[in-house]
Design a protein around this ligand. Sequence first.
Ligand SMILES: *[C@@H]1O[C@H](CO)[C@@H](O)[C@H](O)[C@H]1NC(C)=O
Ligand SMILES: *[C@@H]1O[C@H](CO)[C@@H](O)[C@H](O)[C@H]1NC(C)=O
Ligand SMILES: *[C@@H]1O[C@H](CO)[C@@H](O)[C@H](O)[C@H]1NC(C)=O
Ligand SMILES: *[C@@H]1O[C@H](CO)[C@@H](O)[C@H](O)[C@H]1NC(C)=O
Length: 487
Amino acid sequence: MAGNSKARQRKAKESVANGKDAGISSSDARNDAVSGSSAGAPFWVVLVLLFIIVILLSYVSYPNIASLLRHTDSVQSKREITSESEAHKHPMKSASDAVKKDVSLSNEIEEMEEEAQEIQPEEQETIKLEMTPETKSKTKEVKLIPESKKKDKNVKKKPEKSEKKKSSKKQDASNEIEDFKASYLKEMSPKKIFVDGRRLPPVELLPQKPNNSSVKVFLYDEFLSKEECEGLMKAHDRHVEEMTKKDPIVCFDSINTLRRHLKANKKKVNVTPLDFTPGTTCVNKTFSSQLKNWLKQNWSYSTAFYPGESRFSKVFEYRVKEATALTPVNGGKFQITSYPEGIGYKTHTDCREDDEKRDRMATILVYLQDVEEGGETKFPELGIWAKPRKGRALVWNNMNKDGNCEPLSIHNAAKVVKGHKYILQRWYYYKNFYSLGKRPPEPHLPEREPGTPRVSCDEYDHGSCRWYDEWNYDHILEYQRQKMTLQ
Ligand SMILES: *[C@@H]1O[C@H](CO)[C@@H](O)[C@H](O)[C@H]1NC(C)=O
Ligand SMILES: *[C@@H]1O[C@H](CO)[C@@H](O)[C@H](O)[C@H]1NC(C)=O
Ligand SMILES: *[C@@H]1O[C@H](CO)[C@@H](O)[C@H](O)[C@H]1NC(C)=O
Ligand SMILES: *[C@@H]1O[C@H](CO)[C@@H](O)[C@H](O)[C@H]1NC(C)=O
């Protein structure tokens, strides 16, 4: 059986290497592949009640998709039982091993959650305090947010700032950041795993012309079950449906991009930097609502959930670790994206070609359903592409062993011609950092009602617009970078 699978893998590699199909065709792969003081009881009770109210309020005003993942999670509880019996069937993975790993993983997650609970409100407060556009310190502090590119020195600077505030509680938080030990991910090593009785061998997609690149692309069919895929899509759709009741605020990477969009949609409107909300590259609520109609909501939809927010997140990261040796602590958020017909995503690398090691070393992308036509993931420099198939995972490295971004890892999402594409993605970072994988604090600019989504449009020629259920700091950082041209 082992010999057979090797032969089959070899066959898959050959069929790709032969270049008869660009990438791997679906059939090929299928066949082959909260603390109190000592005060009196009433005071204590009031504190606890207040705490509960605050928690409930924050839940109500910042809903997220995690609460909708219940369906997928219940699928998961069934799954765990079966995968334990699976472990008995395959002696290589003994049940005790599986339990041990599970315990250490859940400990890890619990620790992460405790840290997040202790630290996040502090971080949020600090950032808000220092977010007035006039202060120079702003840029540095903003950079502590996981989604943007950060430098080590920013983390080290943070304790100094907190010390100045002379708050002992703040200092504790800072020490935790200081004591943080980064974990490095230099490699992924895909291997065969068994999930729920499914045998999942990795299939390496070889470049058509081997052009000396360190990028390796692997494919796993049925990495997620049909039920898992459907649970994720359902949660995503429900969350999008709920959040699209509010019009999004629309942001652009530049005034030119806005002009190009207006022109393309035949709107004779003159825009000036004064049309942007001060301190941001976003336009106001009224203008955003108008743009929503003008741009015909022609964009993709992305929703995010974070490690520990759902049972599924644990199961998924454990499965990824087993399969690829990519460690959970190096993983960021989980993102589900849906692409309607006509929408794709530009050619890009998942890392930046600067000296930043806190960057995305590897990417795992799972297609949640088949797409009738289009929607392929293509690596133009490698001559590799993959077709969306329900449950199929694509995993590749974006950086080499030295932690340098590999330009040949550029890839794109072809436009969906017919059908509706859904993917789950998670990025694994070469060097992890303290706030990685923690739901980041929301920027206070632009002023908006809680639960307002965001649309980001960039590089008209190559890019497109993308709807998000959460905010990052790009629209503020971009404004700072571009101040000269916006004024
Ligand atoms: C690519 O090839 C050149 C020479 O052929 C070699 O010096 C270089 O190390 C190679 N790079 C990689 C990433 O293999
Ligand atoms: C919103 O922006 C538009 C375009 O810049 C402007 O005409 C309008 O007065 C603004 N509305 C509000 C309420 O600020
Ligand atoms: C690598 O190979 C692809 C596919 O043949 C080709 O398009 C690309 O130009 C090559 N890149 C380099 C740097 O040689
Ligand atoms: C939607 O946007 C894409 C590019 O972002 C464009 O090519 C396409 O024509 C647009 N479709 C409609 C219906 O406006």
